[in-house]
Design a protein around this ligand. Sequence first.
Ligand SMILES: [Zn+2]
Length: 393
Amino acid sequence: MTNHSADLNADWHYPTSIRNGAGRIKELPDACKSLSIQAPLLVTDPGLAALPMIKQALKHCRDSGLHCNLFCNIQGDPTGQNVEDGITAYKAGNHDGVIAIGGGSSLDTGKAIALMAGQTRPLWDFEDIGDNWTRADPAAIVPTIAIPTTAGTGSEVGRASVITDEANLVKRIIFHPNMLPSIVILDAELTVDLPPQITAATGMDALSHCLEAYCAPSYHPMADGIALEGMRLVKENLPLAYVNGQDLEARSQMLVASSMGATAFQKGLGGMHAIAHTLGALYGAHHGLLNAILMPYVLKANQAAIEPRIERLSRYLDLPTRGFDGFMDWVLEMRNTLGIPHSLADIAIDDRQAVRVGKMAAADPSAGGNPIVFSAERYSEVFRDAVKGEINQ
Ligand SMILES: [Zn+2]
């Protein structure tokens, strides 16, 4: 195992308390105690629950005198029922806090359970529309400790969860500012066994969060700064983590980049995510892979609005060719290096539903952050380009 990662150990308190460093999952009992959690419910997915990583985390907590139970009855795209079952387990075990360990699904479910544990209203009342979140009793939201095992979604520093409303077959965003986990542990050792394809797809999701946030037109210089450095970390480290999953330093930097992406996208996302959310719902394809494929087509469609920003970005990334074309070349080269397919046709998505895709993408909440307001027809065109593999303006 390549290990120069000890120098990366650090504690940050922005945007929440973050303990960064390989092996720091062993501080989990201490993290619980610092939040006065005596009886945490550990939320993870069934695949992870079978691994030594989770068994050790449980053992650590129990050996430290914590009354800790496991809840792992969650799907890849967690449902309202998964959250309900989690709340039932939470109440049955008399818990007083949540530990969420895993990819985006586990973290989102854990955060939703922590939100809902003490509320009287149903989950969908807190969908991220208008000021719905003010309906929640903030004093009844219990503390969460979040520990990501993939570097991409950044859900550990997010204030929302994506939960599928199975009765209406739609994904809903559940939001409350206090859903931000109280403590995050970024432990690169938990990510070293991720296969290269997942490393690539999730890492490109982190890049797309930084890139879309950076290009979103609203005024948020703090988010812009975080997005810029996040993209540099991805550029330097994703190819290394892809080639050698055991490279702890590259893995650690990617975990940080992932948290930075989700911190930055409080500013907004854009067309990549608007189309990726749509295709995820219609075809069930991997979210990060979709963003990775869509990236050059959406960039090209936005070129007129983002050229000066991308020129600055190309200088910060120290690309061999500056400007929009140089950045586009880098994106294409990065995708190639990571074995990302060039077109949606390569992952068996055709354009038969192009009209529907256009309408859904234009209505997606992420569309609001796109540098140019695209019509449904324009989204259909960009989608068709991505199916065919033609990068058109
Ligand atoms: Zn994403």
